[in-house]
Design a protein around this ligand. Structure first.
Ligand code: GLC
Length: 677
């Protein structure tokens, strides 16, 4: 037998796995295809997610199990660093930062004894009512790709296998176990799958199949998705594991469909059931060898790599990691409105400040489902503001419940900060038994919050609304009477500190929306949280708004700063396999600030039905006061292709394209220039 050791190369691992497959019994192979008795552990631990759960592996053949833990808000095992939710991170548009988040997560997974991180959630936000919106990176496949890749890179650097999930088209929560998602081939390939493909190209080790059906077949049984596209077209070498509760429905469906591992335990992938299916000729031994081989090969590829460092316990939730959580919260907050330059607040001009709303004072880090990072202490908005100000200003708190007290407190204060929004009951993974999460019925705030905003703003013209949530919140009922609005998300353990620094101008906000906020929800695609069946169209988010000429309340890619930026001298260059856009961006304000420069490609002249424009590049750029930078963004030619379902291939049209660059997706604020391919 070959010895398993650090530094083995891929062909040595292949040889070993082939040797093992030759010498393993059928039962031993089948044992690679499921998790190892989760429930006893959950009972022992008095709760879920308190350790990494193992699956597969073989003592006899020296193959360690894979040890699964969840995310993406951080590692869910208690003590870990709780980051802002993925949507807040996407709003930073800073992929280097996301890679550093991945780096922290990778280290903490290892320090907890895990080796597989099930938290690269890259489902597309088709409709903002989706309950798990916060776990992903927004409505655009390119943005999802860049962030998914960055997190994967960071995590896998520490020899932790990453999982991209939920494969695929998982964008409705309440109906997740049953809904059949229909869509045409272009929609599948161009809108719902590109981000998964990018993560696979980047070497993402594993895939988790989704609960829902696509074109009538459960994703965990879907041979078109798993065998033809993932393992065939994309040449994926890792393994596919199922989502946990009802991800597999029957033995033959799963095995023949291309699912390699049933998680978290064998129900349909039990030795006896698989043997029966084999004997009945419904599956083949080659399928078992393929699944077991993939699992063992993937595990060995990671556990035999030299580690870049040691992973001591002290790393978990350490100061350095909290700093990354703070930076992420600072960079992700999005300033949506700032009339009369109410913000940043000048503490020398304020003597009394009031903070309203229950969410100013409670731990509110997001969903209470599988992404919940158990953390003892969180810096709430109120704590952050009080800590920041010390004794310099009187800070009053009012939970906002008593209208009379609200009026008086609002009147007496120089500034009113109203913290409102959502929590784990409003949105998140839907766990019926715990009455938590699910899709939202409305995109607006609760009536009580709107009433609070109305009462406060009638008494105090310096009112600022701080929104907490993981997705779009509509604001038409109240946004005109509020001068400043800040989207603060579920911003993790350090959120309150980040908020205070932004409110008082130590940090100049630079986040931008990873989705469109509509004025009227009717402008969004059809959504039914209880749907048995639904058709996903080619258009959603900004592509739908562009197509129909709807004006959003706040466009995709939008966010203000305490300074303004001007764009000039847009140029385009087509070289070999690249289209290169360059533009001068100037900070025209009095302090430093970050601008997220976005590049879109327009397809107006296309011979086929294509969006007005698509995001194809972005860069977050720091600019000092008065500084101008020439910003260059490259787009690889293959990123301009469309999927031709007839030829079953990606094709690049020979037409005149438009290259747009600017600070949001808003058409009349983008500079544009034509180029030909
Ligand atoms: C769930 C989720 C999935 C998670 C898994 C394990 O039901 O859908 O995201 O990774 O269970 O907790």
């Amino acid at each position: 037998m070959i010895e398993i050791k650090k530094g083995m190369n891929e062909s040595e691992i292949d040889d070993y796995v082939n040797y093992v497959l030759e010498h393993m019994s059928l039962e031993e192979k089948i044992a690679q295809m499921s998790g190892n008795g989760l429930f006893m552990k959950v009972i022992e631990d008095k709760g879920f997610g308190k350790r990494a759960y193992d699956a597969a592996g073989s003592k006899k053949f020296n193959i360690p199990p894979f040890k699964f833990t969840d995310g993406p808000r951080g590692v869910i095992i208690p003590g870990s660093t709780c980051f802002p939710v993925s949507m807040a991170r996407a709003a930073s548009w800073d992929i280097d930062l996301e890679q550093r988040v991945g780096d922290v997560i990778g280290k903490e997974v290892r320090a907890h004894g895990g080796n597989l991180f099930g938290g690269v959630c890259i489902n597309l936000l088709r409709h903002p009512a989706w309950g798990r919106a916060q776990e992903t990176y927004g409505e655009d496949p390119f943005l999802l790709s860049e962030f998914g890749v960055a997190l994967t890179r960071g995590v896998q650097k520490h020899n932790v296998m990453a999982t991209a999930k939920h494969f695929a088209a998982n964008s409705i929560e309440n109906a997740r176990f049953k809904v059949n998602v229909k869509m045409d081939e272009r929609t599948l390939r161009e809108v719902y799958l590109p981000h998964f493909k990018r993560c696979i190209e980047e070497g993402c080790a594993t895939i988790m199949s989704a609960y829902n059906k696509i074109r009538g077949k459960y994703c965990g049984h879907n041979n078109y998705l798993l065998r033809d596209i993932l393992k065939g077209d994309w040449n994926f070498k890792g393994f596919v594991h199922s989502d946990w509760m009802y991800g597999v429905k029957d033995t033959v469906g799963g095995v023949a469909g291309g699912l390699d591992v049933e998680m978290p335990r064998a129900k349909y992938f039990k030795v006896k059931k698989i043997k029966n299916a084999l004997e009945a000729g419904k599956i083949t031994e080659a399928m078992i060898d393929d699944a077991a081989g993939r699992v063992m090969r993937t595990i060995l590829n990671y556990v035999t790599k030299e580690d870049p460092q040691n992973y001591e316990n002290e790393l978990i939730g350490c100061k350095e990691h909290y700093k990354v959580a703070l930076e992420t919260a600072e960079k992700g907050m999005v300033l949506l409105k700032n009339e009369n330059e109410i913000l940043p607040l000048n503490k020398n001009k304020i003597s009394k400040l009031v903070v309203f709303g229950k969410y100013a004072k409670v731990k509110n880090t997001g969903d209470h489902g599988s992404s919940n990072v158990a953390v003892k202490k969180v810096i709430t908005p109120l704590m952050g503001i009080k800590r920041y100000l010390g004794d310099s200003i009187e800070v009053v708190y009012d939970d906002g419940k008593d209208q009379k007290s609200v009026k008086n407190t609002a009147k007496e204060a120089d500034v009113a900060i109203i913290v409102v929004g959502l929590n784990y009951k409003d949105e998140g993974e839907y766990i019926k038994e715990f009455r938590t999460g699910g899709d939202r019925d409305t995109l607006s705030l609760h009536d009580k919050d709107i009433e609070l905003i109305n009462t406060v703003s009638a008494e105090n013209k310096n009112s600022i609304v701080v929104l907490i949530g993981g997705s779009a919140i509509t604001m038409e009922e109240w946004k005109d009477q509020i001068p400043s609005i800040l989207m603060a998300w579920y911003s993790g353990v350090e959120g309150g500190n980040a908020l205070a620094k932004i409110l008082f101008g130590d940090i100049n906000p630079g986040g931008k929306l990873p989705f469109t906020i509509p004025k009227d929800p009717k402008h969004l695609p059809y959504f039914d949280k209880n749907a048995d069946e639904i058709e996903y169209g080619y258009y959603h988010g900004y592509t739908l708004f562009d197509k129909n000429g709807y004006e959003p309340a706040f466009p995709f890619g939008f966010g203000l700063s305490y300074v303004t930026f001007s764009y000039s001298d847009l140029q385009v260059d087509v070289k070999n396999d690249k289209v290169i856009g360059t533009v001068d961006v100037k900070n025209t304000g009095k302090i430093a600030g970050d601008e997220v420069v976005q590049l879109y490609i327009g397809f107006e002249q296309s011979q086929i039905d294509r969006p007005l424009k698509l995001l194809k590049g972005f860069k977050r750029i720091p600019l000092k006061q008065n500084e101008t930078k020439n910003v260059k963004i490259e787009v690889s030619r293959k990123n301009l292709a469309w999927y031709n379902p007839e030829s079953k291939s990606w094709e690049i049209e020979k037409i005149t394209y438009t290259l747009y660059m600017g600070g949001s997706s808003k058409n009349d604020e983008l500079l544009s220039i034509k180029f030909e391919l």
